[in-house]
Design a protein around this ligand. Structure first.
Ligand code: NAG
Ligand code: NAG
Length: 385
């Protein structure tokens, strides 16, 4: 046995026998415990406040409800579901496409649905013809919606009274001949699908103008049994060169279609385009360099799945007579009554709802910004708006 030193014994004795020491120890323990608990609680609550900025401090310390989901003060109603209040949102494309492709199993709408036309503008920057479009839209509120996909970070400079004001959607950079343009087409369609009253979807650009008045264009599109997506089994310039045989067997050579990418589709087709990932992935992988997905993805996809619903022609007039990849651009000196009349009716007879029609083109491109003034001067006389 190890002999115990005197000091040890004294110390032990002191600890064991002092009631004052004992009480002090217990106090220290309690105080430490309380401090640790408070620190934890404060940390936890402040963490909670960081993530729930709507919870007031008093609500945390003196809660009035034991537990509640954060729903805001307003009860959910159908109106909030039918059209978004703000076109800007925080959804990624993946989230947006999923949300936008939802379709009710009940075909009959539980509200008085007035079908609208979604005018979807693709532009890098300004929309020089917004004053012409504003005049075109005026008086027809409730029958249309405007969406603008501009360059990321660009803010459209239009007055608050314009129909384009605050109508930009989240955007990404695009490049001609790359899948990024298909992404932008799908993004525009998906954003427009969030408004359940949108029934027809037209893709336009900053150099496009309407050549008829709103009522004519609205009736033409809303009453059409077909969508207007140009669909050629051969590109007049490149022939079948764009097709990549590695797309087979999912996409056969005979199913391949090309056309101008200024399309018009009805709602059910728009949903299918936004929902498709199978064919989109094949285009993403194999339609490169000599292949233009922006000219071929939608025509090919529609041809494969909904070809019977396509008029196979576009309603956007363009002058391709100069041959090449770009249509001719018309400037201020080219704008005459004759030019606009020839676009409204250039002698071509097309098919509209299985009947011959002389009205084949509703929109026209391309016009340079200096054409605005002469077009505004002609609008009321020639285009009737
Ligand atoms: C458009 O072309 C498809 C075949 O690609 C065809 O089934 C459809 O009937 C055509 N549409 C019209 C209106 O002729
Ligand atoms: C009418 O316009 C279309 C589209 O640009 C063109 O293909 C057609 O040749 C034109 N017709 C006449 C008679 O100019």
């Amino acid at each position: 046995m190890k002999p115990r030193r005197k000091g040890d014994e004294e110390e032990e004795e002191l600890w064991a026998n002092s009631p004052r020491k004992d009480a002090l120890l217990r106090l220290i323990k309690i105080v430490t415990g309380v401090v640790v608990f408070m620190a934890g609680a404060v940390l936890g609550l402040s963490w909670g406040v960081r993530f729930n900025p709507h919870i007031a401090q008093t609500e945390i310390f003196f809660p009035t409800k034991p537990y509640a989901k954060e729903c805001g003060k307003v009860t959910m109603n159908l109106k909030d579901f039918l059209e978004p209040c703000h076109l800007m949102h925080g959804m990624t494309d993946k989230e947006l496409f999923w949300r936008a492709s939802m379709v009710s199993k009940i075909k009959k709408y539980p509200f008085n649905r007035v079908p609208k036309v979604a005018f979807m503008f693709m532009t890098e920057g300004p929309l020089p013809f917004f004053p012409l479009w504003d005049r075109f839209f005026r008086g027809h509120q409730g029958l249309f919606t405007v969406y603008v996909h501009a360059y990321p970070g660009y803010t459209l400079k239009v007055p608050e009274t314009s129909f384009f004001y605050d109508h930009q959607i989240p955007s990404e950079k695009t490049k001609r001949g790359s899948i990024s343009l298909v992404d932008a087409q799908k993004r525009l369609l998906a954003n427009a699908l969030l408004d359940l009253s949108n029934e027809r979807f037209v893709l336009l650009s900053e150099s496009c103008i309407p050549v008829f008045n709103f009522q004519t264009i609205y009736n033409y599109l809303i009453n059409s049994a077909y969508s207007f997506v140009q669909s050629n089994d051969e590109n007049p310039i490149q022939g079948h060169g764009s097709y990549n045989s590695r797309m087979a067997p999912e996409i056969k050579h005979s199913q391949w279609r090309e056309g101008t990418w200024w399309f018009e589709v009805k709602r059910s087709l728009a949903v299918n385009i936004v929902a498709d990932n199978k064919y989109y992935s094949i285009f993403r992988k194999y339609c490169k360099i000599t292949c233009y997905p922006d000219d071929s993805y939608i025509p090919t996809y529609l041809n494969m799945l909904d070809g019977i619903l396509n008029a196979n022609r576009t309603v956007t007039w363009a002058d391709w007579s100069k041959r090449g990849h770009h249509p001719a651009t018309y400037g201020s000196e080219d704008i005459t009554e004759g030019l606009i009349q020839s676009i409204r009716n250039n002698g071509t007879i097309c098919t509209y709802n299985s009947k011959p029609s002389s009205v084949c083109f509703l929109f026209a491109m391309k016009f340079s910004p200096d054409a605005l003034e002469p077009l505004l001067n002609l609008a009321s006389m020639v285009m009737k708006f």
